[in-house]
Design a protein around this ligand. Structure first.
Ligand code: FAD
Length: 300
C-alpha cells in the first residue's frame, strides 16, 4: 500500500482555475458522447508530464483501477454488472473510471455506426437510502442519474436486506463495483475481486479504488473538475445520515488562523464565522490530508 505524500496540500489548488467542469446536469449528453468526453479527459490527465509526485501517484492508481475495471468487463457482461452508488466521492470516482473504461472497451453504444444514438446497456446502479438522508445527498444522486444516464434502483432498508432484494429484483446481476478503500472499516484485507462474505447475498464485490488514499480521490476529482455533492464544501468528509454525520472537526476554521483565504468556498466561510456570526465554519473536504481523519465527523 502506498503512503500519502507528505508536505503537499490540497489547498495548493487554484480555486478559480479556468476550465470547464467535466459534466453538467443542465445538459445531459448522449451516453456515447458522455463516455468519450470522460475518456478524453482521463487520457489527457494520464498523459500530463512534469506533474507533482502526488499527481503521478494518482495517475498510477488510475491506470491500476482502469485495469481492474477492464478485467471485470472481460469476466462479466454488462447486465451482470452493477455499481453501488451513494453519491459519495469514492463511488463518484469509480463511476467516472467505469464510464471511461466502457468507452475504451467499445461498450457505449449498441449501433456502432451511429455515434449520436443514445441506445446503450443501462449503467445499473443500486442506492441504499440512509434512514435519515441528507437532502443534499439525495439531490446529488438524482442529478447523477440525469447526468450519467444511470439506471438506479433505490432501497430504504438495512444493507444486507437491500442487496437480497436487489438480486431478487435484478437477477442478472452477478458482480457489483464498490468504492471502498483500504482505510475504510472492513477495507483492510479486501482485494480487487472478493465474493461477498458468508451470510451476505452472493455476488462478486469489485473494488477498483481499494488502494486510493483520501488525497488521491480529491486530487482526481479536482484535476478532472468532476462536480461533487455540496456537503463536501461544508467540511463533511464522509457521508452517512443526518443523525450520525457532522462536518469534520479537523476542518474547523480557526478565527485566528492567519493563512486562511478570506473566502471563496461555496459555504461562504470566512475565518471561522460567516458575516461575523458565531456559527462554526469548516474548510472544504479536499483540504484534509490524513486518511485516518476522514471519519472524524462520523459517529459510527
Ligand atoms: P462508505 O465508505 O461510505 O462507502 C464505501 C462504498 O460502499 C461507496 O463508495 C459505495 O460504493 C458503497 N456504499 C456505501 N454506502 C452505500 C449506500 N448506502 N448505497 C449504495 N452504495 C453504498 N460487509 C460485510 O461484512 N461483508 C460483505 O460481504 C459485504 N458486502 C458488501 C457489498 C456491497 C456492494 C456493499 C456496498 C457493502 C457490503 N458490505 C459488506 C458492507 C461494507 O463492508 C460496509 O459496511 C458498508 O459499505 C458501509 O461502509 P462505509 O460506511 O465505510 O461506506
Amino acid at each position: 500500500m502506498t503512503q500519502p505524500i507528505l508536505g503537499e496540500s490540497n489547498s495548493d489548488f487554484d480555486h478559480n482555475a479556468p476550465g470547464e467542469p467535466l459534466v453538467s446536469d443542465e445538459i445531459a449528453l448522449p451516453f456515447p458522447i458522455l463516455c468519450a468526453r470522460i475518456h478524453e479527459r482521463v487520457t489527457a490527465f494520464l498523459k500530463e508530464k512534469n506533474v507533482s509526485s502526488r499527481v503521478q501517484s494518482v495517475q498510477e492508481q488510475t491506470r491500476i483501477s482502469l485495469g481492474v475495471i477492464a478485467e471485470a468487463l472481460e469476466r462479466f457482461s454488462l447486465p451482470e454488472i452493477s455499481l453501488s452508488y451513494n453519491g459519495g466521492k469514492d463511488c463518484l470516482v469509480l463511476l467516472i473510471l467505469y464510464l471511461c473504461a466502457l468507452h475504451t472497451a467499445g461498450l457505449t453504444r449498441s449501433t456502432p455506426n451511429n455515434f449520436e444514438s443514445n441506445h446503450h446497456e443501462p449503467i445499473q446502479c443500486v442506492y441504499i437510502q440512509s434512514a435519515h438522508p441528507f437532502t443534499e445527498v439525495e439531490e446529488f444522486v438524482a442529478s447523477s442519474v440525469k447526468t450519467y444516464s444511470l439506471s438506479l434502483v433505490e432501497y430504504a432498508k438495512p444493507m444486507k436486506a437491500a442487496f437480497a432484494d436487489y438480486l431478487h429484483d435484478t437477477p442478472s446481476v452477478k458482480a457489483i463495483f464498490v468504492g471502498t478503500r483500504r482505510t475504510d472499516p472492513h477495507g483492510e484485507h479486501l482485494k480487487h475481486f472478493d465474493p461477498t462474505d458468508h451470510g451476505w447475498p452472493k455476488f462478486m464485490r469489485i473494488h477498483p479504488v481499494i488502494d486510493w488514499h483520501y488525497v488521491d480521490i480529491w486530487t482526481f476529482i479536482r484535476q478532472l473538475k468532476i462536480p461533487y455533492c455540496v456537503l463536501y464544501d461544508r467540511g463533511y468528509t464522509s457521508l452517512g445520515g443526518t443523525t450520525d454525520t457532522h462536518p469534520n472537526p479537523a476542518l474547523l476554521c480557526q478565527p485566528t488562523t492567519p493563512h486562511l483565504p478570506k473566502t471563496n468556498n461555496s459555504n461562504g466561510a470566512t475565518n471561522g464565522t460567516i458575516n461575523g456570526s458565531s456559527t462554526p465554519k469548516f474548510r472544504p473536504a479536499y483540504e484534509l490530508m490524513d486518511d485516518y481523519e476522514e471519519r472524524l465527523g462520523r459517529d459510527k
